[in-house]
Ligand binder design. Structure first.
Ligand code: ZN
Length: 435
């Protein structure tokens, strides 16, 4: 039994002081206590507040290698998601399995240093199962929970010739895709399935993957309506929009997470009311995708969560505040969604989407948390009532001090034990890729 005693703990929707959190040897929270004996034996964390670990629902770790390498014009006409994608394919095809592993390690490192304790890795860059296992190993070494979202990728698009840039992503036969997924599950990995998009997976294949996920109770994730061209292609092929297609085919349920869901109608927002939507605002603004209509989705009953996606920046709280700021800019209003709702999206709803432990500090839940320095400039002066809003709208990464997964500290005082090695090895990858 271990006990933790920070100045403040965020539990059950509020900050509490003088409360010790008791954790058993499996890393599960057993109870909270004000008992003097418990307080006496507790690990004190003075000047710190403890919050449930952040959950990053949607990441492509390999894209970390193109950070800062695509921020210039490549086309005489205009740059877009599609010109960015060419650069991304170029990097994906140049990376060795070792490069992919090292990119995963640095992305996961940056995640834990920012308070993330669980991630969904939407993995499609290389369909060899050894590469998938190497990504899981990277997660284990860094110390965060990884749910591997195995991605089905079948075609360039309806009536489109195969794109050589995608050759490494392809899973042409559904039987093999599902058998490979079975074998990953049998090895004990946390797995979800992820048909890449309506564009990349034809309907029959998509239905087979959805049925497989439902029979096994697995999370089902999919890119949905990120770009207008995807919506237009769906209308041309099926005569309806992507979310309409998923609705008509019975694919939307509580295990379904639509990633992006930007270009949707009000009716489509209603269809997503029983599902989860993963917004990735830092990536979406970088790619010029547009803004997720989170107000309409919440109104319809959908849950929201967040992902770092292209990993151009890894900061789930920045995603949370950006979701709100996009709504303010579009509606010319303030305070559209409140801070507590944004924080719940960044934690509890994210864990639910991945079927992962963590996301809340309560008895019976995993001891996945991060602490912040209450004297960090970015939150200094907060009182009990305003601290959560300080965290959601203003916290800087410099304030994150300790990060704990299943009761084990993976970051202490803002440092990770493998930091130097991981950074050095990633530097080698980049020097090799960008000669
Ligand atoms: Zn994505």
């Amino acid at each position: 039994m271990t006990a933790w005693l920070p100045d403040l703990i965020y539990t059950d929707g509020k900050f509490e002081s003088g409360l010790a959190m008791m954790v058993d040897e499996r890393g599960v929270i057993t109870r909270f206590s004000r008992d003097e004996e418990d307080l006496k034996i507790a690990n004190r964390l003075p000047g710190r507040a403890m919050l449930p670990g952040l959950v990053n629902v949607h990441s492509h770790t390999f894209q970390r290698v193109i950070r800062g390498r695509t921020e210039h014009r490549t086309s005489a006409e205009k740059d877009s998601f599609w010109t960015w994608r060419e650069n991304m394919y170029h990097a994906a095809n140049a990376m060795s399995p070792e490069d992919i592993y090292r990119a995963a390690r640095i992305a996961f490192l940056e995640m834990v240093l920012s308070g993330i304790t669980a991630v969904g890795e939407f993995h499609y860059v290389h369909q060899d199962l050894d590469v998938a296992r190497a990504i899981l190993k990277a997660g284990q070494e860094v110390g965060l929970r990884v749910t591997l979202l195995r991605t089905a990728y079948v075609r360039a698009g309806w009536q489109k010739d195969p794109d050589p840039g995608q050759a490494r992503f392809l899973t042409p036969e559904v039987e093999k895709f599902l058998a490979d997924t079975d074998s990953m599950i049998a090895s004990g990995a946390r797995i979800g399935v992820a048909p890449h998009s309506v564009r990349a997976v034809p309907l029959e294949y998509l239905r087979a993957v959805a049925e497989y996920a439902r029979n096994r109770g697995l999370p089902l994730h999919m890119h949905v309506s990120e770009q207008l061209a995807e919506v237009e292609a769906c209308i041309a092929e099926y005569g309806c929009r992507p979310v309409e297609l998923l609705h008509e085919n019975g694919i939307l349920d509580e295990k379904f997470t639509a990633v992006h869901a930007i270009h949707i109608t009000d009716e489509e927002a209603c269809f997503l009311g029983g599902s989860t939507v993963c917004a990735c605002p830092t990536s979406e603004r970088n790619l010029g995708d547009g803004a997720v209509p989170a107000d309409k989705l919440f109104e319809a009953g959908a849950k929201m969560c967040f992902g770092s996606d292209s990993n151009v920046q890894i900061d789930i709280l920045e995603d949370a505040r950006e979701l709100e700021y996009h709504l303010r800019m579009n509606k010319l209003e303030r305070a559209v969604l409140d801070g507590a709702r944004l924080f719940e999206s960044a934690t509890k709803s994210g864990a639910q989407s991945l079927g992962s432990d963590g996301g809340k500090l309560e008895a019976g839940a995993a001891a996945d948390f991060f602490t912040i320095d209450l004297n960090d400039c970015s939150v200094a002066g907060a009182d009990l009532e305003s601290l959560l809003a300080h965290v959601v709208f203003s916290l800087e990464r410099t304030a994150v001090r300790d990060v704990c997964v299943a009761g084990e500290l993976v970051v202490r005082d803002g440092r990770h034990r493998l930091e130097e090695e991981i950074v050095r090895e990633f530097g080698e990858v980049q020097r090799g890729l960008w000669r």
